[in-house]
Design a protein around this ligand. Structure first.
Ligand SMILES: NC(=O)c1ccc[n+]([C@@H]2O[C@H](COP(=O)([O-])OP(=O)(O)OC[C@H]3O[C@@H](n4cnc5c(N)ncnc54)[C@H](OP(=O)(O)O)[C@@H]3O)[C@@H](O)[C@H]2O)c1
Length: 202
């Protein structure tokens, strides 16, 4: 398969790309670095990327930023970041990419277990991730030409927690990115659609 990974310069995307590269042609796109660059918030940038790479059998997104922090003091700009970047960015990417995905191909997006785990500081993160999971389940019924749509919902990733101030407390339950990546591999290489696959815990 020819597989395009957006977010491939990141912690999870790199691990997904490394797994899939053993069996497939993998195209790795980043935002600020890499040979292929794209901004999922910019339709012209997405169009330019597909003009370069052409048709693909599978699109994976491990991109999307979101602010985590106390709700009462959160600014509008911080709240908008996740809703516009991670939620709308991935929905828009899916819609704009459809003409460039082969019949029976697949789209796999990233949410996160905060969709169903509620903690102080997670309010917008939970809303964004729950929105993506609803989009995956519902959107899968509305994909043309047999295209499959699925979501991976990662928990805390070990490499991220190791690098994050205060993340050490979550290291014991965090999953290595290479293991989280197996959920993406399963969805791309399998037959499922409308699935939300949890990868790890928080
Ligand atoms: N790591 C975790 O513990 C964890 C847990 C739960 C859920 N998740 C979710 O899993 C996904 C991937 O996480 P990660 O830890 O791998 O993130 P990451 O290390 O920060 O990597 C993000 C990737 O997305 C790219 N990117 C950022 N903004 C973009 C944009 N506007 N357009 C296109 N690409 C963009 C980045 O490119 P540049 O580096 O060039 O900016 C990078 O390649 C995210 O949606 C995250 O919320 C992660």
């Amino acid at each position: 398969m020819k597989i395009l990974i957006i977010g491939a310069t990141g912690t999870i995307g790199r691990a997904v790309a490394d797994h899939l590269a053993a069996r497939h042609e993998v195209l790795r796109a980043g935002h600020s670095s890499g040979d292929l660059r794209v901004d999922i918030n910019d339709a012209a940038s997405i169009a330019a990327l597909f003009a370069t790479v052409g048709q693909v059998d599978a699109l994976i997104s491990t991109a999307g930023r979101v602010h985590v922090g106390p709700f009462a003091t959160m600014t509008d700009a911080q709240a908008r970041l996740g809703i516009l970047d991670k939620l709308f960015g991935q929905i828009s990417l899916t819609r704009l990419a459809l003409p460039s995905i082969t019949d029976g191909g697949s789209v796999t997006l990233s949410s996160g277990l905060a969709s169903r785990l509620y903690r102080p500081g997670f309010s917008v993160l939970s809303a964004v991730n729950a929105g993506l999971e609803a989009f995956g389940r519902s959107g899968a019924t509305d994909m043309p030409r047999g295209i499959r749509l699925n979501i991976v919902s990662p928990g805390a990733v070990r490499e991220t927690m190791a690098a994050m101030p205060g993340g050490a407390a979550m290291l014991a339950s965090a999953m290595p990115a290479a293991e989280v990546a197996l959920a993406y591999v399963r969805l791309v290489e399998g037959k499922e659609t409308g699935a939300v696959v949890d990868a790890g815990q928080i």
